[in-house]
Design a protein around this ligand. Structure first.
Ligand SMILES: [Fe+2]
Length: 309
C-alpha cells in the first residue's frame, strides 16, 4: 500500500522535526458542557487554580519558536486541549494555524482531547486537524515525509480515569502497515507516535495505573518483535524524560519533551519544553530540547534533558 507522502523534503536530505506536546489550550466551558468528568475538572481548573499551570503567552511563544527552527515536519503528540470542548479545539486550531499553514504537521489526540464521550462522537479534532491526522483520519496511520515516516497508534479513549488503552486490532493493523509500506526493502526512519508513555523515566512500568496506558506491555511486545521502528515519541507526562525500549533490532530511544504549554513556575520546577530531532534514512543525528526561561525558548543548558527538569 503506498504511504501518503508530502512534497517536501526530498529524499536524501536531513529532515528536521519539531516535537510539541501537551499544549493544553484552555477555555472555560459553558454550563451546558459540564458533562461527565468536566464538572470536577472545571472546578479544579477554574476554582482551585490549576489552569494557571498553563500560559497562553508561552503557548504562542512555543509555536513561534517551533517555526524559528525551520522544521520540515511538526509533530504534536496530543493534549491540544484541557477538556475537549468545541471552543478549546477552535482556540487550539487558531494557536497552531501558523504551523498548519506552513509546515507538514502530524497530530494525534491525547486523553484530554477524548475527555468525554460526547467530544469523541463530535470529532471536532478530526474536523479541524484532519489533514494532519492520516489519510483517512483514523488511527492507526502511517505517513511519510521525505526520509522519515510516522506510525501513529491510538492510546486514548473517553474514560472516567485518565488511563489509556491500545486496541489489539490497532497493534495488528500497525504491524500490517509497516510490513506493506516498503516492499522494496529500503525504508525511511520510522517514529512510533502515541500519547502515553510506554515506560516511566526509571525504565519501569509507567504509573500510577489510573493515568497510564493499561496495556503498554502489548505495545512493548509489538516493538520487541519488529525491526521497523527506530524511535518513539510521546507526551502525557508533563515533566519530560527520555528512556529506551527494546526492539528486534536493539534498543531504541523514546522521547517526551514535557508539556509545551506549561507556565513559567520555577518554584514548582515547571516550565515549557519542546524537542527538535534531525533525522535521515540512516538514523537520528541530533536531539535538542528547548526550554522556556521566563522570556524565551532557549537550548537546554548542558544538552537535552541535562537540566533534570
Ligand atoms: Fe495526557
Amino acid at each position: 500500500m503506498p504511504v501518503p507522502t508530502s512534497r517536501k523534503p526530498q529524499g536524501g536530505a536531513t529532515v528536521r522535526i519539531v516535537h510539541l506536546t501537551d499544549l493544553h489550550v484552555q477555555v472555560r466551558p459553558r454550563v451546558g458542557e459540564l458533562v461527565g468528568k468536566r464538572f470536577a475538572a472545571t472546578a479544579n481548573l477554574y476554582l482551585l487554580g490549576r489552569r494557571r499551570k498553563f500560559d497562553p503567552l508561552v503557548q504562542r511563544a512555543a509555536v513561534q519558536a517551533a517555526l524559528a527552527q525551520a522544521p520540515d515536519v511538526v509533530v504534536v503528540t496530543g493534549d491540544l486541549t484541557a477538556q475537549a470542548t468545541d471552543a478549546e479545539f477552535k482556540a487550539a486550531h487558531h494557536l497552531l494555524a501558523p504551523i498548519l499553514d506552513q509546515v507538514p504537521t502530524v497530530i494525534i489526540p491525547g486523553n484530554h482531547d477524548t475527555y468525554v464521550r460526547a467530544a469523541v462522537r463530535k470529532d471536532r479534532i478530526g474536523q479541524l486537524f484532519g489533514a494532519a491526522m492520516g489519510k483517512h483520519r483514523r488511527l492507526p496511520y502511517l505517513v511519510q515525509h521525505g526520509d522519515v515516516a510516522f506510525l501513529a497508534i491510538e492510546t486514548c479513549r473517553a474514560h472516567l480515569l485518565s488511563s489509556g488503552h491500545t486496541p489489539k486490532k490497532q497493534i495488528d493493523q500497525a504491524r500490517d502497515l509497516l510490513e506493506q509500506a516498503w516492499p522494496g526493502g529500503s525504508r525511511p526512519f520510522v517514529f512510533l507516535i502515541q500519547h502515553y508513555p510506554l515506560l516511566g523515566r526509571d525504565g519501569l512500568p509507567y504509573g500510577p495505573p489510573a493515568r497510564a496506558l493499561d496495556n503498554a506491555r502489548d505495545v512493548l511486545e509489538f516493538l520487541s518483535k519488529t525491526h521497523e521502528v527506530d524511535a518513539v515519541l510521546h507526551g502525557h507526562e508533563h515533566h519530560g524524560f527520555r528512556t529506551m525500549v527494546p526492539t528486534a533490532a536493539g534498543p531504541i530511544p523514546v522521547f517526551d519533551p514535557g508539556a509545551s504549554g506549561y507556565a513559567w513556575l520555577p518554584t514548582q520546577n515547571r516550565t515549557a519544553h519542546f524537542n527538535v530531532y534531525d533525522v535521515d534514512r540512516k538514523g537520528l543525528h541530533a536531539t535538542r530540547r528547548y526550554c522556556w526561561n521566563g522570556e524565551a525558548f532557549v537550548d537546554e543548558p548542558g544538552g537535552a534533558y541535562e537540566s533534570g527538569r
